[in-house]
Structure formats: C-alpha cells, structure tokens
Design a protein around this ligand. Structure first.
Ligand code: BG6
Length: 488
C-alpha cells in the first residue's frame, strides 16, 4: 500500500513532540507501510533539507530510547518532505494537490495539527481543490470546539466536504495499550462479563492525574480548563469503554454505537446536581518532589484573577439495567501528587462475612500510565489467629494482588498511543476514532456544568500543588461510603 501522510502544522509542537517521534517509532518497528511519503506543511521558509535538519534537532529532545541514531535518521528522513503553504490561500492548496498528484498514492491522510478554529476553512479549501476524493482521509486533533454549538459547527463544515468515514477524530487515550486491553479483557474472556454489572460492582473510579502544571500553554489552558481538556473527551471515552455493552462485532460502528448508547444513558446534570456532584479546583503554590512550584495564577500567560479550573472530580451514573445505581467517579488535575492514570473497578463485599476482620478487597485496576497493566486485588489466607478467647484458630485474610505487567508480557510488541493511531489512520481502521455523534453527545452532557460555572465562581476550590486535589473531592466519594485509591 502506498501512502502520503500530510501534516498541516508541520512545525507545531504536536508535530515534533508527538507525531514525528511516533512515526519514527512505527518506521523503526517496521510497521510503516512501504512506499510512503511524509509531507510537513507550514508557513516557515524551509525546504526538504532545512526541514529535515530542523526535525533532526527537535528529535534530540525525545527520550533516549526513542531518539534516532544518525543512520536511522538519515533513512527515515528520506521519506520526509516539506511544502511551504499559507493555509488561508486557495492557490497554496492547488500547489499541495499538485505535489500529491505527482503520483497516485493508495491512501492520502491529511492530519490537521493546527488550531481547530482553522478546521472549517481548511476542509472547505481541501474540498474546493478536489482533495476530498475517496482515497483521502483527514485526522482532526482535539479540542474539537469549546462547547456543543462550536463542535457542531466544525462537524458541519467537515461533513460538507468529507464523509463520516473519511473524518477521523483523534482521542489519543483510546490508543493507549491498556485501553485495547480493556476491550480484550471484557470481550475476549468470559471471566469478567458475569460480574461486570450492578449486582457485583460497588463503584468505578477513573483517575487521570498529572504532576505537570500548565507549562507554556497558559493561554490555551486558561480558555479551556480541566473539564474541556480532559473530562469531555479522554475521561468520558474511558468511561464508555468500561460501561459499554458487548458490541455485535469488532467493526468500528458496532463499537461506536455501543459507546454512544453509554453517553446517552449518562444521567443529565442540573444546577443542583452540579453543585452537589462536581468539584472543581485550582492549584496553588506547593512542593513537587522537594521543589517549590508556582501556583496556577502565577503561571505564564494566566491572568492573576483567573477562574479556570485545573482540577475536576465528579460523580455520575449510567442509567441503564446494567449500571443503575452504580456511581462512576471521574477525576483529573494538573500538579497532582503523581502522574498516573487508571481505572479502578471496586467490587461489592462478600454477602456474608465468615472471616474475622476481613475487609472487602476485590478490585480490578486497569493501569494506563506510567506503567501499563492489570492488577486484580484479592484476599488470601495469610495465617491463623485466635479471636474468640477459646484458643480456637481462625483463618486470617490479607490482601494480595495478581499483577500483569504488559511491558513484561509483550516486551517487543508495545506500540505507543500516537503510533497506533497514525497506523490506524493510514490503514483506515476507525475503531479508535471518535464519531461526530459521540463527540457531540459528550459536549451535550458537560454543557450544564459549564453553564452553572459561568454563573458561579465561588465553587472553585484551591489545592496545594503536589496533593490529590481539594478535600471536597474526597468528601464527594466518602459521602457514598467509598474512598479514592490512595486513601484506602
Ligand atoms: C491532552 C491535554 O489532551 O492530554 C493535555 O490537552 C494533557 O493538557 C494531555 O497534558 C495528557 O496526555 P497524556 O497521554 O500525557 O496523559
């Protein structure tokens, strides 16, 4: 299969930090189809040679394991080309088309790694010059809109030019290996399915915690906030993967139909439930690994009176037969105690306790990062105690866990999230891309929260950098008799 892969925004952060290193990894792993061309497009005055030189310098910043050797870079960069373009000029799209038309690739993927406000005009221009034929696909990076109306506007503009199957909305969390494993665990095994329901599960907790602050992205982040940046997309997508019904096949639409049903079943928020069930916070100065760090309001390009949330924890419910009454807790934040992401499925206690002092312990932890694996917590007999004064011995139970570390189980086959998504985009595998109706439904669900916050700035709670967020987040879970994993 021959392919042309075009990055609009070819000198932007996303391209050199994520896309090019991932593509290089795909090439290094021998997964990139042969006969490909990679075209970076930007306004800078560069040619193939100077772009390759620039990219070479940028890739030196990658993790050492992902850094190309001189020889590797020479061979990989032979695929990389550069075209100078002003994305507002129709004539420049004609030059792009002419470049692509120098051969007829089986697949052309155009990755819009640009600011999303340009998506409608870019799509319109691509259509106008005929770059929307059925061998073309476009990849759209988040954020896709900042509310339902703006997301619908982008989707309409995209739909006017490309079919749904040609428009790939990326959510890189779906490309994380553990998310694939969640599908495999649920639908490739019989073990968990009978337990995967309200009768056995007490609650589900999804944590996406980052220890970084907003860094150089203060202006973007301040317009966005944690709810739009992480909950509307990544956290909700993970929730759909946990809560969906078994799809009838592994076909993209069979899966996406089931995910959409979950989003439609989420209990809608109203102002009362927003103030009861949603906690938002903003980090203050604190300590991270012994280093003093700034508070959010002191970060670059953040106004000192900002009300933007850098932390959200919320409680929600999926209103259907499988999940009625089971709380799902989602939380995310910047400058939290640790960088880690996981999904914790807490099972119900045994119906009748026969072991003295045994606390319920069954939980399944799906670890997304930093390591990637599965942990099943069980109780096992540790020894015996005499508990009734007669000297009779009773079993004493202690928690143990079965650990599956995917990096160890499949050491040579691990594929990073962006690498996976790029290879899927080239192959036209749509399973891991978000359909427009899913994305709009996710916006519909978060809108009442955004709306309530617009009118009320008082609910924003401070938390010290390097902690797990404001105490109200613990209270949210404690109210139902549960605790976050680090509190148990
Ligand atoms: C992005 C957000 O979508 O995801 C960032 O815009 C966030 O703010 C990032 O840092 C987290 O991704 P990961 O894969 O590093 O957890």
């Amino acid at each position: 299969m021959s392919f042309d892969l075009v990055f609009l925004g070819g000198t932007g952060d996303l391209t050199w930090r994520k896309l090019m290193p991932s593509l290089f990894q795909a090439w290094r792993h021998g997964k990139l189809p042969a006969n490909g061309r990679i075209l970076a497009v930007a306004r800078d005055d560069k040619d193939d040679a100077s772009y390759r030189q620039w990219l070479h310098e940028r890739l030196q910043e990658a993790d050492s394991a992902k850094r190309p050797s001189e020889d590797e870079f020479l061979r990989f960069s032979a695929l990389v080309h550069y075209l100078r373009m002003d994305l507002s000029q129709a004539a420049d799209y004609i030059r792009l088309k002419a470049w692509l038309d120098t051969r007829s690739a089986d697949t052309t993927v155009i990755y819009l790694a640009t600011s999303p406000h340009l998506f409608p005009s870019i799509c319109q221009q691509l259509g106008a010059c005929g770059l929307n034929h059925d061998r073309v696909r476009v990849v759209l990076e988040k954020p896709l809109g900042h509310d339902l109306a703006s997301a619908q506007e982008i989707n309409q503009a995209v739909r006017a030019v490309f079919s749904e199957r040609q428009a790939l909305r990326i959510d890189h969390y779906l490309g994380k290996p553990s998310v694939q494993n969640l599908m495999a665990l649920r639908f490739g095994n019989v073990l968990f399915e009978p337990l995967w329901r309200r009768e056995s599960i007490a609650n589900i907790q999804i944590t996406l915690a980052e220890n970084m602050g907003v860094g150089t992205r203060g202006d973007f982040y301040n317009r966005t906030g944690a709810l739009r940046d992480m909950i509307q997309n990544h956290a909700l997508q993970l929730l759909t993967m946990v809560a969906m019904e078994p799809p009838s096949s592994a076909d993209a639409d069979a899966i996406r139909d089931e995910k959409l049903k979950v989003l439609r079943s989420l209990k809608p928020f109203d102002p009362a439930s927003v103030s009861r069930d949603v906690v938002r916070g903003q980090y203050r100065a604190g300590n991270m690994a012994g280093q003093a760090v700034k508070g959010y309001l002191e970060e670059d390009k953040v106004p000192s009176d900002s009300h933007t949330e850098t932390f959200v924890a919320l409680r929600c419910e999926v209103q259907n037969w499988r999940w009625a009454g089971v709380p799902f807790y989602l939380r995310t934040g910047k400058r939290m105690a640790d960088r880690h992401a996981d999904i914790v499925v807490n099972f119900k206690p045994t119906p009748h306790p026969i072991f003295p002092g045994a606390q319920n312990a069954n939980k399944l932890v799906i670890k997304l990062q930093p390591e990637d694996g599965l942990q099943l917590h069980l109780l096992a007999a540790k020894g015996t105690v005499s508990s009734d004064g007669t000297g009779a011995l009773q079993e004493m139970l202690s928690p143990v866990s079965l650990d599956l570390d995917f990096d160890k189980a499949f050491p040579t086959e691990r594929v990073g999230a962006y690498e996976r998504m790029l290879l899927d985009a080239l192959a036209g595998r749509l399973n891991l891309f978000v359909r427009s109706d899913e994305q709009e439904q996710a916006w519909r669900w978060v809108e009442p929260i955004l709306e309530s916050w617009r009118h009320d700035h008082n609910g924003l709670r401070p938390y010290a950098a390097g902690t797990w967020g404001p105490p109200a987040a613990s209270a949210l879970v404690a109210r139902d008799g549960f605790a976050w994993p680090e509190e148990t």
